[in-house]
Design a protein. Sequence first.
Length: 583
Amino acid sequence: MIFDGSLSSLLAAAPVESMRCPTKQQVQLAGDVLFRASAETDRVDVFIGHSWSAGRWQKFLALCLFFNLDLAVSCSLGTCGVAIAALLGSRGMTGLGGSSLAMPCLVYLPMTVFFAVFFFGQKLCERRSPSVWVDKLCIHQTDMGLKAEQIAALPVFVARSSRMLILWDETYFERLWCNLELATFSRHGGAEKVELLPLWLAPWLLFSILSDLLSATIFEVLEHVFPNWSVAWMDGIIGMAERVLGHNPAMLKFVVWFVIWMISSIVYLPASIPSFFSFRMKLRNHQLLLDQMAGFDVRKAKCTVPTDREAIEQQVKELFKEEHRPMSWLPPEGVDEGEVSLDNRLNRLWRMDPLDSFNAYIRGALRENVITQIGKELYVPWRTCLTAFLPMIFYSLVNVLGCDNGPCETSFKLAGFSSVRQYMIVQSIGWVLCIVLAFPLTYPTLLQMLKCALSSGCPGSVQLFLAFLCCPLAYVYCYICGSLIWASLVSLVQNYSPFQLLVFMLVMTLLVAQAGVFSFPLFLHLQGRHAFVSFHQSKATSSNPCQVMWLFIRNSHLKHLPSRCIRRQTYQEVNSGFLFDCA
């Protein structure tokens, strides 16, 4: 099918009376419009590999994530910094206490900038945007003669690309043409220049950010409904705790701040309910990706035109002959006696059938590289966790500068601090520690709990209930960690003693160790990978691309067929019509 904004109808196999079928000239014009969006080039920065059966908007969101996420985060942080400078310049350090301007200026404005740059950031960097190869634009879709010629030269286009971006969905490794693209680039660029981006990642991250924005909004609404509630409830909590613990000021202060921070965890209860569906989807799709790569077999891949299978498989064989295999297959230099078994295993792989060699390459080197990029199914990068909690990070500024939505001169006294300065410093330190040590633990904890619940072997309804219960429990656990931070910190400042210092250091040690536990498995994986397999990037990139092109160019006129590319900002313009629609 061909969709175009300038066409008033849809080209289909059989016309409907209520729908006017476009003419041949209109169809040709639509193809020309697409093709003219690209330009001739000698090199391409990013070759995009994708399956045409995947959704168009999924791919668009993935491209936004790949190209615009870092810029969106930077712009939102910059906007927040400018807003802070403007507010402090006009109102002073304590002038925002109880102000209604803090939330719109420090949370909603930066997040608006984040989403605007995330979806339209390619417009901001048009001159410096990388060149991108996308089949729908760089191969003519309606000129059948030119299309056949360009498809025949597809390996040449792949070999002329600096990086390969795979927009993965569950059908990608089932497509033989996709596997040919991957094999060609692996021969020329190596596994480390292949970046795999699952199509579920962008929707999952955006959903997590929106959920966190909802939680920050609920937090602010509660602050307006119950101004200074945290300090107003202190006397009541102290009274109840004193009846149990006796008169111990340091212990009572610890309990009060622990309870107050735990009460604030209710803001995440609404977000935890839909999180069940998004995290279950993430867990299943991530596991599916790794399982597909672990059991990859190019012989089982599907080919739309059966007559193409033999030719494509022959090209893969040419690429993965012994003399043409990627340099990442080479054993490490200076192998000692402890690595003899690995050396023998690599030698056996080196002598196997070329198609089996390609299978082993996907199952081994490429899969290892993907794990280093996105981790295993239970791993969420620390940086991704911080991005998902970006709204709450901004809200911490509202809480500190807004003095718990009350006058700063009143709030610091009610909270038991000696000055506004001490109050704000302790608040700032507490939020920073929570952002670094508590919030990022939520997602790995939730995935671990979901994995246990879904593999528990309980009856279906019980298993579903346990999995659903994991979401609020994960957020509660995150706030338990945050409560320990706040309770030990405030107790240390307001009731200093060597014992309180010891308690604070113990809490910090436990939280740092806990954070290390979630990242340590990946660290071990990376260490093992670099200890046993040496990816010689300089050697891989030193291979002559002309050798790769010679494998495929049997007709001399294809040697001079120009490669084409689009600029990064183009995919936004074309995507509104038909960039990734199926043909």
